[in-house]
Design a protein around this ligand. Structure first.
Ligand SMILES: [Zn+2]
Length: 463
């Protein structure tokens, strides 16, 4: 999402602003309160987040409600269900001056508000407009349709225009119906099908989104209503607070010889254990650039020790993308069953050649400190590894148990029960659970999260 935003900014900066201002004037002439609401259900084809290393893609079920107002005001409420029944439920609201997103389940982002700049908000609004070709047509209506070459294209015309954020875009219109069949931005192609109309507002009931030819999204739209929306619909719920400063990048000692990295740009936490001769590092989020900074911090914190083990909790992209920054002679990358496959697919042969798959309980020796690695065929990722330091009773895990940085303890997802049975099965004494996302938790907090699931029964998808 951020990548496409910066691309848009570059495109906007390169010019073609004359057309942009023409369409802006058009938009301002329309009554600003006019809004549409889309009720959407769909599937996202997510890369490098699959439940098993064999699969490069995972189908993620989505639900979304979008309100678009012509003056640039918007609101989305989106829900998605990931392997392990991990659910995201976010509300984003914005206008031309900025946007804000909150986590309605309060687990990933807790009670903190994620703010977007005016430029980011305008880009998000511009992208959302591609879900409503009728509104797009109005944006493009200042521009002359162009005939397409070739007799087979005589029924279609192309309109080149600038989207609501000023980036170049185009659409193909069917002459006979005047309907938009497809639209194209620098990043994506939208295909529209099965038009219907509500209160004279025409809306395709199916939208397919492709990025560079790859199918990424399929939407079914059950309702599109043109309406007036009350201003308070765009307000944030009151229980959220401004995002707190997480401080500079640093290694926080959480037990003797045991550290968690705080203050990373992504907000992800790498952790590491230090022995007399070696270091074990838990996960390598989220990019080679971020991991290079974390590696420097680890070397500074544990001078003279060999970086001997990189333990990957599972082979999802966000947890392993930094692995290339740790590659050196003598490094062992520990991954779960078949993890090498997913690692090679994402990071190439050089990284994959360092991988040792852990398929049964395995001890690593750091010198005066032994770490036990447990493989667990999790429903989130079948190649899951959990690490445990008996000497400090610290457990290291990724994506099985979450606490937000700031906010109350949320109920666990299915994967929390999987972690609980691992702890029970091996009778692990746990004082502290360190996660890649969010704050670390005590065993009491973990128990509380398990209890909350029992009592609250959150609206987890049944099937
Ligand atoms: Zn994951």
């Amino acid at each position: 999402m951020h990548a496409s935003h910066s691309l848009r900014l570059i495109l906007a900066a390169t010019g073609i602003c004359i057309l942009f201002s023409a369409s802006r004037i058009m938009a301002q002439d329309m009554p600003s309160a006019f809004a549409i609401t889309l009720e959407m259900q769909g599937v996202r084809f997510a890369s490098h987040q699959a439940a098993t290393p064999q699969n490069a893609q995972q189908e993620i079920k989505l639900k979304q409600q979008v309100i678009l107002q012509k003056d640039g005001q918007f609101r989305t409420i989106s829900e998605s269900v990931w392997p392990g029944n991990i659910r995201f439920h976010f509300l984003t609201t914005g206008n031309k001056d900025g946007a804000a997103a909150v986590d309605l389940l309060q687990w990933r982002q807790g009670i903190e508000i994620e703010r977007e700049t005016a430029a980011e908000a305008r880009n998000e609004y511009a992208d959302l407009l591609f879900l409503s070709p009728t509104l797009l047509l109005e944006l493009g209506s200042m521009h002359m349709p162009i005939d397409l070459p070739g007799a087979e294209n005589k029924n279609y015309q192309q309109v080149n225009f600038n989207d609501a954020a000023g980036s170049p875009a185009s659409m193909i219109i069917e002459r006979s119906s005047g309907q938009v069949l497809s639209a194209k931005t620098a990043a994506s192609t939208y295909e529209y099908a099965d038009y219907g109309s509500t209160k004279n507002f025409r809306q395709p009931r199916q939208i397919t989104v492709k990025d560079g030819g790859r199918l990424v999204l399929q939407w079914k739209i059950s309702a599109a209503v043109a309406e007036h929306v009350d201003a308070h619909s765009f307000a944030l719920p009151a229980t959220y607070i401004e995002k707190q400063d997480k401080g500079a990048l640093r290694a926080t000692m959480i037990a003797p010889g045991t550290y968690r990295v705080d203050g990373s740009e992504s907000g992800y936490h790498t952790a590491f254990s230090v022995g007399t001769h070696s270091v074990a590092i838990y996960d390598a989020p989220v990019s080679a650039a971020e991991a290079a900074k974390v590696r420097a911090l680890i070397e500074q914190t544990a001078p003279g020790r060999k970086l001997a083990y990189l333990v990957l909790s599972h082979s999802h992209r966000d947890h392993i993308a930094g692995a290339p920054s740790y590659i050196q002679d003598g490094l062992h990358i520990l991954a779960g069953k078949d993890g090498r496959l997913a690692i090679e697919r994402q990071l190439g042969k050089a990284v994959a050649s360092k991988v040792q798959e852990v398929t049964s309980v395995f001890d690593i020796d750091l010198g005066g400190r032994s770490i036990r690695i447990y493989p667990i065929a999790s429903s989130h990722a079948s190649d899951m590894l959990v690490a445990y330091d008996k000497s400090t009773q610290t457990l290291f895990q990724g994506d099985l148990f979450y606490l937000p940085e700031i906010g109350p303890i949320p109920p666990v997802f299915d994967v929390g029960l999987e972690l609980d049975s691992l702890i029970t099965q091996h009778q692990l004494q746990v004082q502290q659970l360190v996660g890649v996302h969010g704050r670390s938790g005590s065993f009491t907090e973990f128990k509380k999260a398990l209890e909350l699931r029992m009592t609250e029964k959150p609206s987890a998808e049944k099937n």
